[in-house]
Design a protein around this ligand. Structure first.
Ligand code: NAD
Length: 489
């Protein structure tokens, strides 16, 4: 059943979209494509260095007043923003589904409400923390005074545009910074819609600025600006490295949330059907375009065949289709380029000798026009295969057999990514022991893709650096410390 488009969504898409700074200076536009059928969703102005500069100026002008609001007053405004976002959550969910291709029910159930909750979490936290912390140092009256940085820059990818926007800017705004956001040029819709709602909710002009633009233009301009006081980037390791280098040159702190190649290690004491069903869900979630999801499945010998049978049956039964179709369980990939990337990886993997459990390939579900669909794929074989070592970002997993715990740990730690893994066992002391030894920012037990506010989330090595998101530490990351001291004699 196709979801009826909300009248506000129709009205929004018919506008000339672009940046949210007062002057619509960018003239060059790009089409935003609906991955579910290949049609044109909207035309969006592409900002460049000039628009980034204007947005930073707006954010600089807004900073002193925003920073000097009491935490209570700032929190009140952020709660009002969250309320307004909630009132518009149906529209936001439809826009996210149209733009990314994800099932609208997933956007309604997770992306939008969980994103909105982030503003509430950090707004509440900002009211509880101490901004002036006494230092007990002999012969001094001294304290640490925590202040916001100023204008913070944010660059986001296309897979969870709204949720990642909230994870990024909510702590920065709650701490008293102003922000300039560059969303992915291919999925800018919910970010622009949220900025419109921010204005309606009474967030002062210049506090939350958006410039849509290409990475090599607006992205480079934002990350290299010497007027940005703190940088946050979510995306691929290659671009993350470039953004990190720029921040290094500008001597500003930088948060990098990058790609992953998560492992799931499944011991033979689990309920095989349950784990197989959950791991099938891990690669169909957002059509596998999830940085932290499990894509290397290490299955203990004794249950390997049973696991493969169950997971194959589950994946074959997954309903692939357009995001707005309520029966869809897995939507398309975000773009034709992404489809080429995924199919290219599968071909390379097979050329390097991987065995095929489930083929994966282009599919054309009913009513899907020229959408960018692929079906799920499962490969198996040696652990040096390209599909076992590199992030594919599609509905694919690579299966490996293992006999003992030590070998499994060594294989998992043998690649440079370090974002998220999971350990599956009914022996919780073993699960904890293994989880402690896996080199990653997050190691979950008997579940994968676990998120909650207060549960820190971040990566190490090729998967990122700089403190991560979603925890009280994230909030402190957006405050810098000043030491204030006076000799007592
Ligand atoms: P990407 O790195 O290609 O692009 C991310 C953003 O950077 C986009 O807005 C893009 O326009 C911009 N950009 C591109 N080149 C730039 C440059 N030279 N300077 C500044 N900005 C530039 O990533 P993507 O393809 O949009 O997203 C997929 C990647 O994101 C995957 O690797 C995925 O794992 C990662 N990701 C990580 C997390 C996390 O929390 N760790 C979350 C989501 C996605």
């Amino acid at each position: 059943m196709q979801t009826e488009l909300h009248p506000n969504v129709r009205k929004f898409l018919a506008q000339r979209l672009g940046n949210t700074i007062n002057e619509q200076v960018a003239t060059q536009t790009e089409k935003v494509i609906n991955p579910s059928d290949g049609s044109i969703l909207a035309e969006v102005a592409m900002g460049r260095a000039r628009e980034i500069d204007i947005a930073i100026s707006a954010a600089e002008r807004a900073f002193p007043a925003w920073a000097s609001l009491s935490p209570e007053n700032r929190a009140r405004l952020l709660h009002r923003f969250a309320e307004e976002l909630e009132k518009h959550s149906a529209e936001l969910a439809q826009l996210e589904s149209l733009d990314v291709g994800k099932p609208v029910g997933a956007a309604e159930g997770f992306d939008i409400p969980f994103g909105i909750e982030c503003f509430r979490y950090f707004a509440d936290l900002s009211r509880q923390v101490d901004y002036s912390i006494p230092l007990h140092v002999k012969a001094f009256e001294a304290r640490t005074w925590r202040v916001p940085y100023g204008v913070c820059g944010f660059i986001f990818p296309w897979n969870f545009p709204f949720t990642l926007l909230c994870w990024g800017i909510a702590p920065a705004l709650a701490a008293g910074n102003t922000v300039v956001v560059k969303p992915s040029e291919i999925t800018p819709l919910t970010t622009l819609y949220a900025a419109q709602i921010a204005a309606e909710a009474g967030l002062p002009p210049g506090v939350f600025n958006v410039v849509v633009g290409k990475g090599n233009e607006a992205g480079v301009a934002l990350s290299s600006s010497t007027r940005i006081k703190r940088m946050s980037f979510t995306g691929s390791p290659e671009v993350g490295r470039a953004v990190g280098e720029q921040s290094g040159r500008n001597l500003i702190p930088c948060k990098l949330e990058l790609g992953g190649k998560g492992a799931a290690v499944v011991f033979d004491d689990v309920d095989v059907d349950t784990v197989a069903t959950q791991l099938a869900g891990a690669i169909t979630l957002n059509t596998g375009q999830v940085c932290c999801t499990a894509t290397r499945w290490m299955i203990q010998d004794a249950i390997y065949d049973r696991f493969v049978n169950k997971v194959t049956e589950t994946l074959k039964g997954t309903k692939v289709g357009p995001g707005l179709n309520r029966e869809t369980q897995m939507g398309p990939l975000v773009s034709e380029a992404q489809r080429k990337r995924v199919l290219g990886y599968l071909e390379r993997g097979r050329r390097e000798g991987a065995g095929t459990i489930l083929n994966g390939g282009t599919v054309s579900p009913d009513g899907a026009g020229n959408g960018f669909y692929v079906s799920p794929a499962l490969l198996e074989g040696r652990d040096d295969n390209v599909c076992c070592r590199e992030e594919i970002f599609g509905p694919c997993a690579y299966l490996l057999r293992f006999r003992d715990e030590e070998a499994a740990i060594a294989t998992i730690n043998g690649i440079p990514y370090g974002l998220a893994n999971s350990v599956w066992s009914s022996d919780l002391s073993r699960a904890n022991r293994v989880a402690e030894r896996l080199a990653a920012g997050n190691n979950w037990i008997n579940a994968h893709n676990l998120f909650a506010y207060g549960l820190p989330y971040g990566g190490i090595n090729l998967s990122g650096m700089g403190g991560g998101v979603n925890s009280p530490e994230t909030f402190y990351d957006y405050l810098r410390s000043q030491t204030i001291a006076r000799p007592l004699s």
